[in-house]
Design a binder for this molecule. Sequence first.
Ligand SMILES: C[S@@+](CC[C@H](N)C(=O)[O-])C[C@H]1O[C@@H](n2cnc3c(N)ncnc32)[C@H](O)[C@@H]1O
Length: 532
Amino acid sequence: MQSNNRPSSNGSSPAIRLDSSPELGRYFVASRAFKPGDVVMKEYPLAAAPGPLSQHVCFGCHRLFKKAHICSDCRSPLCGHNCQMSSEHQKECAYLKKIIPEIENRQKNGKIQRIPVQLSMLMLPLRLLLLRREQPNKWQLLMDLESHMEARQKTSIWGFNQRNITPFLETMLIEEMPDINDDLVQQICGAIDVNSFEIRIEQPDRRRHDHQEQPLSNTNEVLRGTFYMASLMAHSCIANAQISMSNDSQMTVKATVPIQEGEGIFVSYTDPLQTTLQRRTFLEKGKHFTCRCRRCQDPTEFGTFASAVRCRSCTSGWVLPHDDGQLQDVESSVALRWKCSECSEEMKSEDISRTEEVVQNIVKNIQRLPVDRHLIDRCEELFLTLPKKIHVNHVILLQLRISLVHLYGNVPGFLIPEMPVSLLHRKAQLCSELLEALHHLCPGYSRLRGIVLYELHVPLVCLANRKFESGRMQQDQLIKELKDAEIFLKEAVQILIHEPVNTPESHVARAAMADLKQLREYIREMENLRRS
Ligand SMILES: C[S@@+](CC[C@H](N)C(=O)[O-])C[C@H]1O[C@@H](n2cnc3c(N)ncnc32)[C@H](O)[C@@H]1O
């Protein structure tokens, strides 16, 4: 198995082998069976750089900073003088400072964004282009990646790169790479957009509760990394493997469900908690293919109704992608036809998209409120109002459940010891509903399942204790209910234990292990008491 960034040129390894099909292009197949949690591959990127929207990531050491130290020569945002003086930065600085007059000039004419934004769009292409001279083996791997040049030529990104990326890279590199031209830059940009992965950055003083207050929020403060082996993995919205990133940018791909020898390895390029339209649109625009996975072809998404919108006409049916057995033939998400399950009223993809946007904005506005008891009340209200527009299991309401599960137990006034029985039941109910949906949408050992299982054990233990302490439960029953909670906690540990250190999930894993030890001791104590 490959365990570093030096894969064999054909991407083969004892555990996986490369195959290809007219539909998927190249993709990996298991050369042996994998169990959930087994490592499929590990890899470091060919290059990584702060994401184009990042504003607080040091261009040198890739750590987060509160206040930028701007390099006096090239204006790069750095974390301090040491990073400015590092040999890595000095090398890049020599290139970057050549373009500052041009950026400032364009900025004066209002034709360009702020300097750090402009620089962060250029960093990854620059680092990849520098491989050509400095690390020719990696350059060859990069040149082997899919970049969808033909399809991208027809999109606005091509012109954007022509105006905002190519001229600056030419100015920086023309002396040592006289043959640099727009085609080469577009190929690099295509390889980045089609193949790159986001790498989360650990907050410097992140504690367990920070994670819980900001569950799985997307942040712009990420790195983008271009990997070789991982770039050969095919997508499915119902994947059998998932990616984790350590904070030194190493990627690990692990099986989430049993994978048989000879089966394809699929990761999800999209967030499983996105609607069919959001997923398909992202894949069509960014990755240039139409997804024909089992989930995309099932209008109800395995009975979850995760993208279902309420019919405006009869108000009782659900509008779903039209199931006339032709879903696999629909070439683009825009062409999808949507039909009410009861009155057959039809809607266009644009109408569905608008409804999703309206509802998402309602939720986003509420989630911007300060984290206090009012936020919890407002989130709960959404469970009464939004099902008038979307199904109660719509992904937007699944995301809202995740937020609420983290809020209950962590917001002052709603800490576990303060929570009334009804709210402990509510937290447990939200977890159970999430687990049911995740079972269909991202089955097996998904990180999200691990986190929800961890959250579920908390109210279960607390409810059992309260009942026992108030004399409404016998000791035998208490032990039984504690053992039920232990099963959930044990699975949470099994799923999260091997997450890379310093990731939010690894913090939850550590907490779960400590809680599991404590719970087992408590169960033993109760059993001893029963015997005596
Ligand atoms: C990250 S690359 C994967 C490797 C690629 N197949 C190759 O041969 O280089 C992503 C590209 O693979 C293809 N691809 C991946 N998953 C696919 C799927 N489920 N259906 C169709 N094409 C897929 C698309 O062309 C996509 O842009």
